[in-house]
Each structure stands twice: as C-alpha cells, then as structure tokens.
Design a protein around this ligand. Structure first.
Ligand code: ADP
Ligand code: MG
Length: 232
C-alpha cells in the first residue's frame, strides 16, 4: 500500500492556480525531494499533505485513508500522524529545548516516564544531549534545526515533511545536517517528503526526485535521471 497518494489535485489561491491536476504516489520509506524554483507550488503540496488546507479538486490518501477531498478536510493535521520541519514553523521561544520536544508528547498523553526516555533518546540521536535546558535564542541556527528535527521525530511520524529546512544555514552545516537526516531516516525508517529549490541539496538527500514546474510534475525519477534531465 502507498503511504501517500495525491490524486489529480488542484489548488487555487484567490484565483491563482498553484497546483494543476497533480498526482503523486509515495511508497513507505522513500526519500522524495520535490525540487523547483520559488513559486512553483512546493510549499502548497506540503500544506495540503499536512492538512492545513484542502485541495479544491482531487483527493489525498495517507496510509490508504482518505484525508481530504474536493475542498474538504477529512482528517485534521493532528489526526494525520505526520512530522513537520518548516522554515517558518519555529521553536517556541519561551520553552526550553526539552519543553519544546515534550509539548507534542504531552498533547498525545504520553506519560512522564516514557516522555523522559523518548526525549533523552531523541536528543542523543540529533547530537543535542546536554542542551535540554537551553532556550532557542541560546542556540545557533544549526542547533535550532536539530531541535526542530527532534521535536518532529519524537512523535514517531509516518511521514516527515520538511520545507527548505537547511536553506538558512551555511554550506558546511547544510551538508552535515543532510547526512544526519539520512542517518536518522535509515535508523527510524520514516518516509521523507522534502522540499527545496537547491539541486545539490536535493540530490544529496533524495532517492527519488520530483521536479515541479508551475504547479505540475515535470519529471519524476532517480537522482541520476534527474541530473541527466536537468543538464539536457
Ligand atoms: P514554493 O513553495 O514552490 O515557493 P508556493 O507553494 O509557496 O511555492 O506557492 C505557489 C504559488 O501560489 C505562488 O505563485 C504563490 O505566489 C502562490 N501562493 C502561495 N501561498 C499563497 C497565499 N496564501 N495566497 C495567495 N497566493 C499564494
Ligand atoms: Mg516554499
């Protein structure tokens, strides 16, 4: 069974058509990167999958379950069991690192003992043990992204959605965090749906590349095939 299916999805914003009859099927544990220039509809795809809005036309299924269809949200974001690391979805500034990571676990009713264990383990996995009492403004940009990643992954999501999560970092840190995302994905086995406008970043992360152009899929295939397609 496909973990995600988007069937002939069309999305409008006040008359502008952001996605046009877009279909996409994602298998479990794939690492899909959606690559394309600013304004081509990448973030719109993630917002639709997350459940912040519904497509005017078409339907979306997650793990075989209908989550939205023809303008209606059927499952809310909380009911979809997804992880999100979005550019503009920052850490809560008034909460410590631990508080930020604990928030979602508390909301899901995970008991204190289990919370402590899971927070400890995930901080270790992202290399942030020892930082649990710090506030976000006492961390570097790269450290904040690690915490955002930990906050998403501690909930053990079926799919991790990432929207240009590394674009504000310098190249060296960008490459290091890419490697960590790959390592975490291998270790935890989530499906990754990752969005970027940066080719090298896309090729470094993906095992499948979807090139988006003006709200349509222009190409869908392996990293090698995507490279060839773009140098034609
Ligand atoms: P990307 O993430 O690839 O840069 P987006 O999905 O954000 O692209 O946007 C796709 C298109 O939809 C763009 O033309 C953008 O201007 C438009 N758009 C996005 N969000 C809104 C909005 N809230 N209101 C109106 N137009 C929007
Ligand atoms: Mg965007």
């Amino acid at each position: 069974m496909k973990i995600l299916r988007m069937n002939s999805v069309t999305k409008f914003y006040e008359g502008t058509r952001a996605l046009k009859d877009l279909s996409l099927e994602v298998s479990e544990s794939e690492r899909i990167v959606i690559l394309g220039p600013s304004g081509c509809g990448k973030t719109t795809i993630l917002r639709l999958v997350a459940g912040f809005m519904a497509p005017e036309e078409g339907s979306i299924f997650i793990s075989g379950q209908l989550v939205s269809q023809d303008g209606h949200i059927i499952l809310t974001p909380e009911q979809r069991n997804l992880g999100m690391v979005f550019q503009d979805l920052a850490l809560w500034p008034h909460l410590s690192v631990k508080g930020n990571i604990a928030f979602g676990l508390k909301a899901k009713g995970v008991q204190k003992q289990e919370r402590e264990t899971r927070i400890h383990n995930i901080l270790q996995m992202v290399g942030m043990e020892g930082y649990s009492k710090r506030k976000p403004d006492e961390l570097s940009g790269g450290q904040q992204q690690r915490v955002a990643l930990a906050r998403a992954l501690v909930l053990r999501p079926r799919i991790l959605l990432m929207d240009e999560p590394l674009s504000s970092l310098d190249l060296e840190l960008n490459i290091r965090l890419r490697e960590e995302i790959l390592r975490l994905q291998e270790e935890l086995g989530f499906t990754l749906l990752y969005v970027t406008h940066d080719r090298e970043e896309a090729f470094g992360i993906a095992n499948r590349v979807v090139i988006l152009s003006k709200g349509r899929v222009e190409f869908d295939g392996t990293v090698d095939a995507a490279r060839a397609h773009l140098t034609q």
